[in-house]
Design a protein around this ligand. Sequence first.
Ligand SMILES: Cc1ncc(COP(=O)(O)O)c(C=O)c1O
Length: 336
Amino acid sequence: MAIQELEMEGRKPAAVFITSPTYHGICSNLSEISQLCHSHGVPLIVDEAHGAHLGFHPRMPNSALQQGADLAVQSTHKVLCSLTQSSMLHMSGNLVDREKICGCLQTLQSTSPSYLLLASLDAARHQLSENPEGIFEEALQMALDAKNTIRGLPGISVLDSQSLPNFPVIDPLRLTIGFGQLSLSGYEADEIMYDDHEIICELVGTSSITFAFNLGTCKEHVERLVSGVKHVRVSSTRGTVAKAEPSVSAPFADFKTSLIPRDAFFASKRRVSIANCVGEVCGELICPYPPGIPVMIPGETITERALDYLLDARRKGAMISGTSDPRLSSILVCKK
Ligand SMILES: Cc1ncc(COP(=O)(O)O)c(C=O)c1O
């Protein structure tokens, strides 16, 4: 629809950009999206940071390139075994100008590449090329067993495709556990898991925590995870943890951009107290951690809903990063 709207104004989008899978492993239907993009001559670019392993096993979703994406960028270090910071940019088809991509990369990249990082990427590639299916077999089975056991615990839910009818495919190596029925926030569950079991989760949300299974996962990790989740459940039903208030849902669907990020970045700023900033144009990036996903970026209009979400996250133990005032008693806004 957005493509058609632009076409009616005589304009054409430079590209469609999608994140798939998400941090929780939720995959978009990229085959359909790429066909639609290509029928309008528009390239599809996919942030596949969490999907470098996709397509290497029949039980895994196909990768972005297998589904027709023109460009896919993968954080090889996140899910495969290369060193942190190493990633890959893949290209396919001829809609995107390869020379232009190389030129753009040259303006961004160091002239002194790290051969350690490059060698680790090559090692990861080699590891996969030897036994692409077999290598994931054990991790997939462990993830499946863990999900089935945890799903059976009263009061605990596991994110699966039935709960997301519009997104029927989820990375089988991601496990998101919900504690909402126990009135427990993800932050509280994370604290119990860490303090009592030394379990570090991949991602904490307001009512859930997410784990990534990978080639380094072993049986002992899974047993510890399952007993940690059981312990969280028992602690909460015995009343040894304070019951969380209901979570404010993330305000990602209804944001309004007043300035493009570049103009907002260069605009003069003033500091406004949190009580008076609704309706102002945000001048900084505001990102609760965990989960580390920005809620507002420079140029967005500050809404009551976004503020409620941020204050709720801060109350529940999230750190607010990116802002000049991490206590969030004030925000830098763009001068009008
Ligand atoms: C969806 C998504 N894209 C991109 C990135 C950045 O990847 P990298 O850390 O490899 O720069 C992240 C990091 O977590 C991410 O979650």
